[in-house]
Design a protein. Sequence first.
Length: 342
Amino acid sequence: MPSTYSVLRTMGLIFVLVFPSTSRTQEFYKGKTVTFILGSSPGGGFDVYTRTIARHIGKHIPGNPSTVVDYMQGAGGLIAANQLYNNPSMQEGLTVGLFAGSLVLNQRLGEKGAQFDAGGFNWMGVPVRDSPVCVLTKKSGIASIQDWFAAKRPIKLGGIGPGSTPSVPPRVLKAALGLPIQLIDGYKGTSEIRMAAEAGELDGGCWNWESVKVTWRPALESGEVKMVIQINPERHPELPNLPNAIEMAKTEVARQLIKIGVHDQSSIFRAYSIPPRVSKDRVKILQKAFMDTMSDQGFMADANQAKLDIYPMSGEQIKQIVDSMLAVDAKILADLKKILLD
């Protein structure tokens, strides 16, 4: 039987071997700065959410690092995604990225310029799952989904480009439900689409209820624009009487196109990514800090003041969705490629 001394000595060795490693992990962030890299321009939804999170997340990371928000816009977020995946200087755990979650599926579909494997990213969390709706102007003459199905001309909807939120739902709805749609890409953002619709250049657009209810509320309240359909797994709690696209899908293929093409992508559209070669212990620290921030009273007060909806998902939940998207059936994958990228 080993002596008390030998047991204590062994325990001491374990303490020496394990504790310093844990201590180094806990203290790594002390005096450092965590940089949030956005694949979008300042002033948009990505920016507002990130700045609100950045003001509070540092106190939930051991060592209480400072935070800064930077921008790497271009190519619909591809430049930022490529840098986050490949840049050696971003692999320490001091860089967090936010690019459109639709790039995950687009990379699987063969997106030109995607120099990353979407399955290789780590995921920190998402603050809100987007809830797409289609909003049409009174001038369009479309007041209901029945009107839209019966329309004798394609309804003009504004988009940004393949993979963007305003462009994905119209493409999927046209293919899955047969709605008459003419998608006009090339707008720089939803504010431009909104102004073009108000000017009569477009009939409307499809993007997130979380944004629509804030930015287009006066027109909604006056009746100048109206929501005609939502594209969500279940009807949004705030929109219980608005028809839902998945309820109108007549085939399993149509349901899969809507689920993978819109539901899954919308769930992870604002997913914060951690570069692939960051150590597992630092990934866990950032993931925990994110979820702790989501319930932080100061953060919630700031989010409420900015009218930001908070409906978070953890990094593990995001990974499950990403893995499911990347393992999509070959036939559905081929259909989605034609719908979303061609």
